[in-house]
Each structure stands twice: as C-alpha cells, then as structure tokens.
Design a protein. Structure first.
Length: 437
C-alpha cells in the first residue's frame, strides 16, 4: 500500500521518470517509518525522485515475498475472494513501476514480472470481456472469474445488511464518464423498477467526458462521416448483443448515442417522438440524449460514444470493479517485447484482439502480424478505456505524444520528455513553506 500510494504521488506530482536520467527533482518527502510527533513531521526535506522509485521497488519486492500466490486452508477468506492483493497483484504493480521507469527488459524488469504472471499465475482470459464487469459475487474465486487478478470489492454483504448502502453509492463516481448513473442497474438494460425515473436510468447529465472522435476513428469504431463500421459491430467490447434483441447494446462495454437535443420539445419537433429511451420498448430505443447540459457540447445529430463498463451487475453499485486483469498484462508484455526487440509481441496482441472478435458476426479472426507500438497503444484504448488509471505514465515511459484529442480550448499536445508539462508547477507553494530548508 505504501508503494501504491507513492506511485500515485510520483506519477501525479513528479516529472516523468527518464530512463538513464538523473531523476533528481526534489518533490516528495520519503517516509519509510511511522511519524508520531509534529517535530518529526516537520523534518520533511524532499528527496530525489529516484529515491522514491527505489523505495517503491523495494517495498513491492518484499510484498511479493510475503504475500501468498493463492489461497490455502487456514488463510483469511479475503485472499480466496481476491479482495486482498496476492503475490500476483504485487508483481503486476512492480511491473508497472518498472515499466514507468523504462525498465522494459532484463533481470529485474517489467517483462520478467509479466512473464511470471502469465506463465505461473494460473489466470486466463475470459471468453467474454463483459463478464469482468457484471460481477457482484461475494466469493470471487478463480473458478468464477479467471481473468481478474485484483478487484475493488464493492459487494460487501455486511454493509448492505447494515442499511448503509447509500455510502456505497457516494463512494462511486464513475458517473462522470460512464453512460449510466450511480443508481443504475443491469447497465441500463431492462426495467427493474417502477416510476418515471427507474433505477436503471440510461443517462444522467453529470457526464463530463466522452471518447475522442479522432481516437475512435483510429480504433475503427466510427467512420469520418459518423457512420458505424463493421470493425465496431464485430468487436464484442463495442457491440455484444445480449439475449433480448429489444435491448440496445445489451452487453456492450461502450455505448453510442446518435446525438443530443436541448429538451423534450426540441426532440419531439425534430423526431416526432414523445417517449424517451428510458424503458424497454421506448420508441427511440435510447439512441438520443435529451438534456440541455449535454446538447450544447455535442450538437444535435453528432454521434457520441460513452464508456459503459460500470453499474453493469444486477445490483448496480454492488458491481465488483476489476483493477488488474490479464488482458492488460498481455498488452503490457507486448509493448515490453517491442521495446526490447524480442519476438512474440504479435502473439500477445492477438490474444487480446481475438478474444474480443465476434466470430459469429465477422467470421474467423485473422491474426495480425508485424504489430507496432502504435498498434498496441490503440488496442489498449479498445481494451482499457475507462479503466486505464496509468495511461499517462504508460505513454510517458514509451515516449508517446499525449494528444489534446477533440479539445477546443487551445490545448496542445504533450511531447516527450514533457519538460513543459504541468508537473513543474504542481506542488502548491504553501506546502513548500513547511519543507525543511
């Protein structure tokens, strides 16, 4: 947990780690023992960033040594249910730290950790990626889901029995970029409650972020003219029809709206439709957003694609959230193999891409050869959009340009080594006042 906390601090507040560089910026204070008094707390001279990363590596090596690889009789049941990190979760975080440091290959490297997880961890990709986002089980054994290595555990039955479930709601804020609001159930599929605003409501105006259209075009999920290509329809992550054809995109992990209107009157005038897409059987099938806050942003007839990974379980907010899963590990290893000029990057890429291919709709999957770093990055968008918490450090380590996307606020691309980025001014001066001179 200390390594995880320092990783968040370092990647948010320190300059990008430069492999082979000095990494001597003094931003963070190194704390490797408990502080019990104000005098010790004020003795907080910041240390070179390299020391912070060395501490993370040391902590995670110890964590790997201490944590069990798998549950065994006599252990706390939390290890069986993967509500606690095991050895493989520690190995995955260590690999992430190594990757961020640019240690792609070698004896102590991201590649070594990924090899160990894939070869010895006992995990495998789920046949349907949707199953990673519909789980509200209180057991979570490998026999139930073989792909997720570590979960954010939101199915604590005792909390719900104690009638404090509203606190669970308040803890989840995926609403800001997810199709459904925090009170949704079944991912917005199927009316499970009565009234004019059922709990599985399709849309809430809190949404602030949508997927960038230039990225979607490169992903093959939208054409330049806004139409929907077969490469989207045949990807189970984007379009995964469920058992009831009357539900729109029942199990897709992404959701396409065709546009937005300011209010019901504008929508009715344009479409001649009086019923909104909030219930099964609605005449517009939930294809349009009708909300004044959103319409001004995307226009009237401009398609927009949202993340649709959260509130997917029957219990909505009781969905367990995947934090580390094997799909990401394969793509990370593919990148490491490319960075170190080793073979088999194609195999790792195709493991993820073939799992997502709908052979019923698109026919047999054609393996891709000659995979490039850009190919892996784009596949990462498809696989991990909405859950990729370390996307910026990943791009920094690879030396990628971090694009401004569809922004209209004069944002500029961030170019490696990112020396002009916001990190240089990210620590409030009031905090520096308390640093020991």
């Amino acid at each position: 947990m200390r390594a995880y906390a320092y990783y968040q601090l370092a990647t948010n507040f320190c300059p990008a780690y430069i492999a082979g560089g000095a990494n001597d910026s003094r931003i963070l204070v190194k704390r490797d023992s408990v502080v019990y008094n104000s005098s010790s707390a004020l003795n907080n001279s910041p240390v070179p960033t390299s020391e912070i990363y060395d501490l993370m590596v040391s902590d995670l090596k110890q964590a790997k040594a201490f944590l069990p690889a798998n549950w065994a009789p006599g252990m706390n049941v939390a290890y069986k249910n993967r509500a606690r990190a095991n050895k493989w979760a520690a190995s995955a975080l260590l690999a992430q730290v190594y990757f961020t440091m640019g240690k792609f290959g070698g004896t102590e490297s991201a590649l070594t950790e990924y090899d160990d997880i894939i070869t010895n961890g006992g995990y495998s990709l789920s046949a349907d990626p949707f199953t990673n986002f519909s789980n509200q089980s209180t057991t979570l054994e490998k026999s139930e889901n073989s792909e997720v290595i570590f979960w954010a555990y939101y199915a604590d039955q005792r909390l719900w029995d104690a009638k404090i479930s509203t606190k669970m709601h308040e803890a989840l804020r995926y609403t800001h970029f997810n199709k459904c609001g925090r009170d949704a159930m079944n991912g917005g599929n199927g009316n499970t409650s009565a009234g004019t605003s059922p709990k599985w409501s399709i849309f809430l105006s809190w949404i602030q972020m949508v997927m960038a259209k230039n990225a979607l075009t490169e992903m093959g999920w939208i054409n330049a003219d806004g139409t929907e290509p077969n490469t989207a329809k045949w990807d189970k992550r984007y379009n995964n029809p469920g058992t009831d054809a009357t539900y729109v995109n029942q199990k897709g992990l992404f959701y396409r709206f065709e546009g937005a209107y300011t209010n019901l009157a504008a929508f009715t005038t344009a479409k001649g439709i009086t019923q909104l897409g909030r219930r099964k059987g609605a005449s517009d099938d939930g294809k349009y957003i009708v909300d004044s806050k959103f319409a001004a942003f995307i226009g009237k007839e401009e398609p927009v694609i949202l993340i649709n990974k959260y509130y997917r379980s029957a219990g909505g907010t009781r969905q367990n959230i995947p934090v580390i899963r094997l799909g990401e590990i394969y793509l990370n290893r593919a990148m490491c193999r490319l960075k170190t000029n080793q073979g088999d990057a194609d195999a790792d890429y195709n493991m993820v891409a073939s799992r997502a291919w709908n052979t019923t709709l698109g026919g047999p999957y054609t393996p891709k050869s000659g995979v490039t770093e850009r190919d892996v990055l784009v596949q990462r968008w498809k696989e991990l959009a909405g859950e990729d918490a370390w996307y910026v450090p990943f791009c920094e380590a690879c030396g990628f340009t971090i694009g401004a996307g569809d922004r209209l606020d004069n944002s500029t691309d961030l170019m490696a080594p990112y020396s002009t980025a916001y990190w240089s001014n990210s620590i409030p001066l009031s905090e520096i006042d308390f640093q020991k001179k």
